[in-house]
Ligand binder design. Structure first.
Ligand code: PGA
Length: 253
């Protein structure tokens, strides 16, 4: 099966109204030749601004997190339906920074993914091992458990609607990108794990994330199980992000 490549920019807690305008104008003007699915995920307060700027453009809107709850007395939370209301089609769930800094365990991630799907959002579920876990030979066990927990909460049909992002924690924001073969091996493992659970895994896109740049993207995208990228730092600079999008588009079927 041919899976369409997908490039997602995760701005994390960066940007300002003025900076966002500059970045979005550059992406829209200079990226007309990009022929691949692209999403940007700004911080919550800028979703309205970015959504408006992207109206009719080739870039879709996503958020970086979502509440487990639907509505009510949950101070500081943002629900799936609010994200839909603001024009989001996508949401990142279970990023390693949310897991490690904000205590999101596999069970919470699974509930959030379900909330996203129920609201009609496309969840991008992040999985990945730490350096210590890799050195201890536990990378597959950790990632396998992260995958299993989401699949058991969603069931086979729900899980077939997922996008997975494999982000080794040691590669995020470090400039130390995984070797293409290393990433490919884990992507293949993830697909096999989904398959084992009865999920139609051939159609599930698995993105790589962790120090992706315009320079290393082509080597990653050529791998058979790498279906795109989740990009942090390089998504904040128009030429760098467009370079990654072009690398994906040049390989798009
Ligand atoms: P990075 O971040 O590209 O800056 O390494 C990736 C991510 O955390 O999604």
């Amino acid at each position: 099966m041919v899976r369409k490549k997908l490039v997602v920019g995760n701005w994390k807690m960066n940007g300002s109204r003025a900076q966002n305008d500059v970045l979005l104008s550059a992406l829209k003007e200079e990226g007309r030749d990009v022929a691949v699915e692209v999403v940007v995920c700004p911080p919550y307060p800028y979703l309205g601004q970015v959504g408006q700027a992207l109206e009719g453009a080739w870039i879709a809107l996503g958020a970086q997190n979502i509440s487990s709850f639907n509505a009510g007395a949950y101070t500081g939370e943002v629900s799936a339906s609010m994200l839909v209301d603001l024009g989001c089609a996508w949401v990142i769930v279970g990023h390693s920074e949310r897991r490690s800094l904000f205590g999101e365990a596999n069970e919470v991630v699974a509930v959030k993914v379900r909330a996203a799907l129920e609201a009609g959002l496309n969840p991008i579920v992040c999985v990945g091992e730490t350096l210590g876990q890799r050195e201890d030979g536990k990378a597959e066990a950790v990632v396998g458990e992260q995958i299993d927990s989401v699949v058991s909460a969603l069931g086979q049909d729900g899980a077939a609607k997922l996008t997975v992002a494999y982000e080794p924690v040691w590669a995020i924001g470090t400039g130390r990108v995984a070797l293409p073969e290393q990433a490919q091996a884990m992507h293949r493992f993830i697909r096999a794990r989904l398959d084992l659970a009865g999920v139609a895994a051939e159609g599930v896109r698995i993105l790589y994330g962790g120090s992706v740049t315009a320079e290393n993207a082509p080597l990653l995208f050529v791998q058979p199980d790498i279906d795109g990228a989740l990009v942090g730092g390089a998504s904040l600079v128009a030429p760098g992000f467009l370079g990654i999008c072009r690398a994906a588009s040049s390989m798009a079927a």
